[in-house]
Design a protein around this ligand. Structure first.
Ligand code: MRU
Length: 382
């Protein structure tokens, strides 16, 4: 069972917020259910602790859950006192635990993408290693690289998004951006995706204001995004989810930028519930709508968003305040439908901002994510 550690704050040496604190053999996750009022970290000792931390929303956000899952197993095997099995036994143990971790939340593809890549590392190591310890070490090193790579990808998303938006803006006015849910340092290994673009615009002096939605029912916007924006001293305004249409009508919003849990081959995007309404609203008001996501959020195995499994969460998140953690606010006996995500069709999305560049549409209704990734991989290998 995971236990709490008290920290005075959640700030890294570079001043940014840190949801995942990892050193080889030790993992602590900032308990995001307690933010913004308390800053406490949970000690994660094994895959079981990792599974519960993801399921119970201690850690959330597509990239963060993938990395937290991978590292929870890394600390478990690093600290294992004795393992008497062969290298094949070690590979099979890791494979089973990864299968268990992937069952914690279904919609974000980053988790299953991480599991697939880690399984490949395990089988390659098993093909050459004769000792269990070598398999474990290969796994640990691969999980650690995921942590490092995610921050680098997010910085790439931030700078690509910022340059693209500035090129699209035909006058010299600063930009105001509306975002939804939390896609910042807390939802990733650091910096963030959609919030990373907002950070980059701010640091380049071209952000007028960020607007964030509350993001009911779990309040990732009012509790977490607002916390990050205040922490970074970015000019920002919180709105109720239901105020988004009225805000867009004022003409104050230059772009909507959201994150993604899964982008399919045609660009349809699953993201936090309410994203689809924002995209419809943006289309109506002529505001460009962008998705900002690393390539680990792209699932080329699905042709369109119709195939995405949408997680449904407990009725308690709606019936009680603070996403189910506070007092009852809804009438007892009412039935509840609580999907955690919705799918925004590609025809409502203007561009998909990635660490390799901004994907724009090939026709009216679809993006060619496969072609884009192929070209990005070729240019990397040149
Ligand atoms: O339920 P959550 O809080 O995990 O949902 C998070 C989102 O929908 C984010 O927008 C998405 O995971 C991208 S985070 C960079």
């Amino acid at each position: 069972m995971a236990s709490y550690s008290n920290f005075t704050d959640a700030t890294k040496e570079d001043g940014s917020l840190q949801s995942i604190c990892y050193k080889r053999g030790s993992l602590q996750l900032l308990d995001q259910r307690k933010l913004p009022l308390e800053t406490v970290y949970l000690d994660i000792q094994d895959a079981r602790d990792g599974w519960h931390a993801i399921r119970d929303m201690v850690v959330r956000g597509a990239p963060a859950i993938a990395i937290a899952a991978a590292l929870s197993l890394a600390v478990e095997v690093f600290n294992m006192e004795a393992f008497n099995g062969t290298s094949d036994d070690a590979a099979s143990l890791l494979g089973k635990k990864l299968e268990y971790l992937v069952s914690s939340r279904p919609t974000a593809v980053n988790l299953s993408d991480a599991v697939t890549k880690l399984k490949e590392v395990i089988s390659k190591a098993a093909a050459v290693a004769s000792e269990a310890r070598s398999i474990f070490m290969a796994y640990i090193e691969a999980a650690e690289i995921m942590l490092k790579d995610d921050v680098a990808s997010n910085k790439g998303i931030g700078s690509n998004g910022s340059s693209f938006l500035q090129r699209q803006q035909h006058n010299s006015n600063k930009l105001s951006i509306l975002t939804h849910c939390n896609t910042g340092s807390l939802a990733t290994a650091g910096y963030g995706t959609a919030l990373g673009v907002i950070r980059a615009l701010h640091s380049e002096g071209v952000l007028e204001r960020a607007y964030c939605t509350e993001t009911r029912p779990f309040n990732q916007g009012s509790r977490l995004t607002a916390f990050e924006l205040v922490h970074d001293r970015i000019p920002a305004t919180l709105i109720a989810d239901s105020a988004a249409a009225a805000l867009m009508k004022t003409g104050r919003i230059n772009a909507v930028i959201v994150g993604a849990d899964r982008v399919t081959a045609n660009g349809d995007t699953a993201n936090k519930i309410g994203t689809y309404s924002l995209a419809l609203c943006a289309m109506h008001h002529g505001v460009p709508f962008y998705v900002a996501a690393p390539l680990t959020s792209v699932d080329l195995s699905l042709a369109s968003g119709q195939e995405i499994v949408i997680e449904e969460r407990s009725a308690k998140e709606l019936l009680h305040s603070r996403g189910g953690l506070g007092e009852q606010v809804a009438a007892s006996g009412i039935d509840v439908w609580n999907p955690a995500f919705d799918v925004t069709p590609a025809n409502l999305i203007f561009g998909i901002i990635t660490e390799k560049g901004v994907v724009t549409k090939t026709g009216m209704d679809a993006f060619d994510m496969k072609g884009f990734i192929k070209r990005a991989l070729i240019s990397c290998s040149v």
